[in-house]
Every structure is written in structure tokens, then in C-alpha cells.
Design a binder for this molecule. Sequence first.
Ligand code: BLA
Length: 537
Amino acid sequence: RLGSQTVDLTSCDREPIHIPGYVQPHGFLLVVDEASGRIVQASANAADFVRPGNGGPDQATPDQTTLNQAVLGQPLGALLEPASLEQLASARENLEGNPLHVFTAPLRGTGARFDVIAHRQGGLLLLELEPAPPQAPNPVDFYRLIKTSLAALGAAQSLTEFAQVGAREVRALSGYDRVMIYRFADDGTGQIIAEDKQDALTPFLGLHYPASDIPRQARALYVLNMLRIVGDVNYEPVPLIPTLLPTTGAPTDMSHCVLRSVSPVHVQYLQNMGVGATLTISILRGGELWGLIACHHQTPRRVGYDVRAACEFLGQVMSLQLSAKEEHEEQAYRLRLGHARARLVELMARHDDLIEGLLQSDLDLLAFLDAPGAAVCIGEEVVLLGTTPARAEVLELAGWLAEQHELADNGLIHTDALSDDFGPAQAYQREASGLLAVQVSARRQDLVMWFRPEQVQTVSWGGDPSKPVEVGSAGTGVLAGNEPRLTPRKSFEAWQQTVRGRSVPWRLSELGAAQDLRAAILSVVLRQAEQVGQLNA
Ligand code: BLA
């Protein structure tokens, strides 16, 4: 039955990952109803941790009796020392939708110390307790580590270098085997733009991944919640007891929980990849998800709150500096375009003949828009530069362009897939899949065109994007069994996707530069026309 039902990638988008009803077993969750001050829900493993002398989740079966008697229905004071309660009370105002490490302390009547992270939402106080690492790292060491990292990030010249430094510094801080900077494109696909890893591992640098690998709701959640961890991909999820909140009859919203059990689809994805544990930190830009710092370890691994906080801090620093770095690259590029335009205009102004002026230095016109071919069509004259379609083909193209509304409206037309719009262009798509044309006089056929070749786009995908899913059995979760599950593809060997008839797209700054050049040419043409008028008068 599972196989016969139609399942597509949008069902990835529908999995309600914020209400899994399960936690990961390396810690436990207590949900307190703020109105009554009582624990109304807890992860089943709470019993294993709170029993005197029992510091770990080694129980074969959850101890339901202890859970019912010592945890559920109890006030927090039954489990926490008075000093801990006081710390919680004074942090209370800062906890709304904002998980904070409030204290590290033993539970009442047990020796084991726990890191306690708390946040509030919807009238609930959620406490997440994890056994504290044996020796807390020295805060001074952390300051030193972060300080060097900050200096290195600040010194990075280009965006690529910036990302590379980010990956290296997060790896130094966290000790994971592989740290990647994953950048999203506008269409939701992603690419690994920087990587720092153990030498023996196969590099993933440069690989692209389809949008469905990180579905929409997951990307939305990662804007709210900047850090997530999978301590052991082979973990046994621990259910919340009772399944639904007695106060509302609804599942508990775990959007902000760091112990949240992750999607079983994603767990399988990681297992397929041969990954043992992950740590992922969001990189935002202007409030939107720009990318991720993704850390992999081959074996199970958890890092304590301090290391996580330090990594999250680096992620935030990267978020803040990102705009500036991107802006810087774009500006340098615009500056280069501006210089090229000024040179062209100067040459044109020195010559009576517009075409001669434009062509005086043919290299300039080609370099101007990073195009290997260009054509200038003015009156009956056609001049070809670099790699272009044949003269007759260019003339035919100019005729077609002259009829296009877009050209009439903007004086500019551009495409990165010319043959999609103009069939005959299929004959010469190797040299001219991309076209940018500007009209340079009152006559529609007076055009300057730039051509870009077909980018037999060699894209390395992390697997086969046209075959992203297989239907599998239902996983865990509140909604387990209701819907057939999709399983991620099993192959991670890079494969090449070739895109026919497409060029590298024209950048916004290039379109702007072409518009500027057009305006400059028109003003030169106008001045020359005036001079001719004066001579004739
Ligand atoms: C989540 N998928 C994720 C996350 C990453 C990826 C980084 C964030 C969660 C995390 O690991 O911390 C994808 N991980 C990658 C990629 C690389 C990597 C591309 O390391 C490259 C090296 N995934 C699928 C399909 C579905 C799917 C087909 O491939 C849906 C049917 C789902 N991915 C999916 C879901 C989540 C996810 C639901 C959210 C997990 C959660 O937070 O609960």
C-alpha cells in the first residue's frame, strides 16, 4: 500500500518537524505548565536520570512508575535545588522563545551535575537537562580561541576566503571531522563553498544539493533556532509522556528545543551518508537563511553548551560580516565595469564615426561584459568581434530583436537561454546561448549585442537530483504511520548534470552597466547629430 500511494517531494515540506513528540536520549525534557507550576509532560527517560544514584540513560525500559510518582504532576522543586529554582526565577524574563543555559547543578538527591537550558513558550516552561561534561572548559581558553577566530574572519579578503576561515575556525573550536559552509541559492538548492576536514575524508567542496534535501519548513525553523545537534544518528528516540499536553490536548511545540528528535527521513539521510553525528549552525543575512555551517563526525559526538555557544557566536559574527563582504565584492566589480565604460565613451567621443569609436579597442568591448563575442549593428554595417554567430545569423537575430516589446520598453534585452525564445538560435547555441542587446540609436536595428557560449554546465550534484526519493516505511513521530515516508536517495557519488542551451546568467550589475553604456552612446550620438546640424546650418 505504501508503494502505491503517490508521494512527491512536497510531502517533505509537510512533515511537522517542530512537533515530533520525541527527544534524543542524551538528555531529558521537562515541560512545566506556568499557571499551575507543575510538570505536565516529560520525556520517558527522565525517570532514569532523576532516580538517586542513577546518572544515565542505561535503563532497558523507561521506568513508568518513577516517572508517574517522582516527575509528572510534581512542582519543579521536587527535582531542583532551591538555589537552582532561584536562578530560574531571575532568568525568567529573558526566556521567552529564547533558550538560555541557566545553570549547571546537580538534581536534588543525586550527585550528577546537569547543564540546564530553559525557555518559555505558550504558557509553558521547557527545561532541557543534559549531563554536564566532566570538566568544564576554562572560559579564558574560549575567549582566546574566539579572539583569534574573530581576527582571522575580519582579515579575510574575499567571500570565499571568509567562508574558508569560518569553516576552519569552527572545526578548531568544535573538533568535528568535517566542517562545511553550505550556501543557499535563490531556488533553494545549495552548494558547499568552503570545507575544512580530516585529510582522509573525501572532499565535498563544490558539490550542489537539491532544494528538497533541506525542505522549506526546516529552513524556516533554522531561522528561529540557530543551532541543532544530532549526537548519534543511530539513537533511539525517547517519547514524551503523555503524548499530548494535558492542558491543551495538543502536541508540544519543540521549535526551540535543542534535544528535539530530528526527522527520521533526515536521520536516514545521514546514515546513508555514513555520518555518525552532526552539529549545524544557521548563517542569516538580513533575517533570512543565507546558509549553514554543517559539521559532521564519523562517530557519535556531542559538545557541551560552551562549545555550542562559541560556535553559535561565530555563526552570528559571520552573519553580521557577510553583507559587508558580499557588498565589497559587488562594489569592486561595479568599479571595474565603470572604468571600462568610461574608456569606451572616451574613445567614441574622439571619433566622428560611432562604430569606429566603439571598435577602436575591440578588447574593451568584449571585456566590458565578460563576453567572448559581440556584434555592433548600425545602419547597414555589421561588425563582429570574437566568437559570434555568422553575419547572416546576426542580421536575422537583429531583425527579430527589433520586433521585441522588451527592447522597445527598456532599450535592453537579455537572456541566458536564447533558443528558448528564438528557435533559429538553436543552430548557434554553442557560441550564443546567452545574449544581451542594447539599442543605441532611435533606430530599432541599431544594436550592440554581447554573446555568451553554452555553459555545458558541469554541475556536480551530491547524488542524482532527478531521483531524489524512494518511498520507505513510516518513521517515528506523533504522526508516525499516517503517511508513507520518503527516503532520501542512497547515492552520494557526484554526478554531472549538463544543461543544454544555457549560458552563465547576466548579473544585475552587468545589466546596469549595459544600460549606462547605452545612455552614454545615445548622448554621444546626440552631440554628434547636433554638431552635424550646426555644420549644415
Ligand atoms: C534537514 N538536511 C537537513 C539539514 C541538512 C540537510 C544540513 C539540517 C539538519 C542537520 O543536519 O542539522 C542536508 N546535510 C544536508 C546536505 C549535506 C549535509 C545537503 O551534510 C551535504 C553535505 N531530506 C532529503 C529528502 C527529504 C529530507 C528527500 O534528502 C524529505 C523527504 C528531509 N532534511 C529533511 C528534513 C530535515 C532535513 C525533514 C529537517 C530535520 C530536522 O531538523 O528535524
